[in-house]
Design a protein. Structure first.
Length: 272
């Protein structure tokens, strides 16, 4: 019992630290860590990961709200869209065999790793492209809020749907969907995008956690220490993050994520 609590808290701390250092998306490693270290299957690990991701993201979102950098209307729209589709992903997760579900997770993880590695040094090119092709969601220079249009609403809602479905299916917060979507759809600064993403992750994760808890599928023995470790590391990691190179962090995360994706495929192959 004590070993499980300590191991869960330590793994949660790793997830919280990665989430703090990468801004969003790093929490996708929560499920693989639970698979390899605590020997859970994907359907068991996903709700535990979602609990930790949601609570640690809430810490970052609260800090962002206090600083006034969360675009809360955009966050609410994306969260509502995601909350509607999160139960669909959760429903599918409990009906897919563990092998195919693990392979699906590995494919998503590999995709995230490849994209993060490519984008690590692409900020200048992104800025040039944005000047040539303005994003559908533009900030008003006077109010600092988005000018809402049909294309803006559609872009944010679709990204919320994708994040919500993957949240329920794989137990991920969806930051790897939300952050690139906000970068592509808006001209908001990066720190505002990350804070808004954390707010969306908090709200979408809450729906998945509540649904799982009501159905009696949440492993609280592992989930509570795991989430506690993640929240504490999230706070400590934010202090360290400002002193490290963002590009190097992204490249390092992408490399580790790619190795874990290969490990997940190997695990399924060996179990077959």
């Amino acid at each position: 019992m004590e070993n499980i609590v300590v191991s869960s808290a330590a793994l949660g701390a790793v997830v919280g630290l990665i989430l703090a250092l990468t801004g969003a998306g790093g929490a996708i490693l929560a499920v693989p860590l639970l698979l390899f270290v605590l020997r859970l299957n994907v359907a068991e690990a996903a709700p535990v990961a979602l609990l930790a991701v949601g609570l640690s993201a809430a810490v970052g979102a609260a800090i962002g709200l206090r600083a006034g950098i969360v675009r809360y209307r955009a966050a609410m729209l994306m969260a509502v869209a995601g909350t509607v589709f999160s139960p669909a992903g959760l429903w599918l997760a409990h009906r897919l065999p563990n092998g195919p579900l693990t392979l699906l997770f590995a494919a998503v993880l590999a995709f995230v790793a490849l994209r993060m590695f490519k984008q690590a040094g692409a900020s200048a090119r992104h800025k040039a492209e944005a000047e040539q092709h303005p994003q559908p969601c533009q900030l008003d220079n006077q109010t600092g809020r988005f000018v809402w249009t049909a294309s803006c609403t559609r872009a944010l809602a679709l990204s919320g749907i994708g994040a919500g479905f993957l949240s329920g299916l794989l137990g991920v917060g969806g930051g790897f969907v939300i952050v690139p979507a906000l970068k592509k759809a808006t001209n908001a600064p990066v720190h505002s995008i990350v804070a808004t993403s954390l707010a969306v992750i908090t709200l979408v994760s809450a729906s998945g956690v509540i649904t799982t808890a009501l159905s009696g599928r949440m492993n609280w023995q592992i989930g509570v220490p795991f989430a506690t470790g993640a929240m504490l590391a999230m706070l400590g990691g934010r202090v360290v993050a400002s002193q490290l190179s963002g590009h190097r962090l992204q490249q390092g995360f992408a490399f580790i994520a790619g190795l874990i994706a290969i490990g997940m495929v190997a695990k399924v192959a060996l179990a077959a």
